[in-house]
Ligand binder design. Sequence first.
Ligand SMILES: Nc1nc2c(ncn2[C@@H]2O[C@H](COP(=O)(O)OP(=O)(O)OP(=O)(O)O)[C@@H](O)[C@H]2O)c(=O)[nH]1
Length: 464
Amino acid sequence: MLKHLLIIIYSSLIASSYAEQKLSVNYCVDPNWAPYESIVKQKHTGISKIFVDLIAEKSNINFILVPTSSWEESLEFVKSGQCDLIPLINTSEKRRQYLSFSDDYFRAPNAIYAHFKNPIIGNLSGLTNQSIAVVKSYRLHHHLSKHFPNTNLVPVENGFLGLQKVENNEVDYFVGSFHAANRIIQENNFSNIRIAGIANLEDQLRIGVAKEKEYLLPIFNQAIAQITKEERKKVTHYLKSIKIIEPPNYRIALQVSCLFLIIVVILLIRYLQLKQHGRALADKNMKLEELHHTLAEKNLQLTELAMKDPLTGLFNRTHLSKIIEQQIKLTARYQTQVCMLMIDIDDFKAINDNHGHTIGDNILKNIAKTLLSIARETDIVSRWGGEEFVVVCPETSLEEAYKLAERIQKGMTKIHIDEISGVTCSIGIAELEKGITASEWFKYADKAMYQAKFKGKDCIQIMS
Ligand SMILES: Nc1nc2c(ncn2[C@@H]2O[C@H](COP(=O)(O)OP(=O)(O)OP(=O)(O)O)[C@@H](O)[C@H]2O)c(=O)[nH]1
């Protein structure tokens, strides 16, 4: 009690004397604890700098920074007297042995950070035997080693190194100051880290003064009490300028990617199926077209077969009958002359008998060629049957038909097959008379041909 009274009296004396002569104090900070405090290019920056400036102004004390390279070094400096105070520090049993503390002036949470593969634990009681990185000599370090002896503590030099271990999955968790950790995550783009819980140990930060300078505490407390809400807003603004990182939600990203991949695969399969289907369809269409073509060809062949004599290729009897029917109609309408030549090869049986059927066939084929070459293009040359041929000559008079018959006879003499040198034929000619039927016309031509035979063969007879 007496001691406290003496300190107050001493401090007020000092305070009044400071009015005339400005007192200076040396202070140390944590050089790696942004945004709370840090040393950048030998200069103090961060939240504690805002408060130091306010307290300096209100207490009229000159604060001189003694730069250090680590928090541990700062603690050593204040112990050894190289620094008079540390402006932003938590109390702890250990620290109370060499420091006296002002009233707290800034409070902030601590959080638990984890690799996104590790589960959310909520708070410190969720920690069991995991590996936990924590900054060496921080109050949290002592707190965890005292209250969570089963955990595997990994002390690190600073928050960056601890969070880097989490990012690289070297430790399960990092426990540290909320604002500082967020800033490190953001600056270093640690994309694998998320907040796994809030540490139920709040930072209640204050000035820690070396024991031999504890007489300054009333002055500091007075200055702290004078800090206005407006002035505190500077700190809020400063913190707001730091974005809090929302670690990317990899699960959603993975799900979206999977969904996208599935859609792409389905579309690809569908595309390939359609392509295959299209190809099969095109194949089928092509085959169908080929089939259609073949069918058309076959039909043509069939029609030709139905129309033509297979041995000579001339029109057959059936087709000739149809043509003659048309011819009769045309003649009746246009009053033109049409003649029919009935040609019968003489003694063909003897050719067959003496030279064989194959030679006989060849002779018949040659006769057909001869007839086609001699007749006009408009004449209709046909094989009536066996060794009989019929030539129908539109727009032809009996005289012209007779001349044609003569040319045919002459042509026949030029046929040479094997030992056979020329054939003879008997030709009957009948003009299409008005009003007669096709069969009557045939009958007349046939009759004329038989008359020619009767006359001794190799001659031409006009129907009389
Ligand atoms: N090689 C061959 N012979 C045929 C064909 N069609 C009919 N013949 C033959 O022609 C001959 C016709 O004989 P005939 O009716 O007696 O007449 P021909 O021997 O010519 O006697 P004439 O008519 O009186 O001059 C027969 O021997 C038939 O076999 C054929 O497609 N090929």
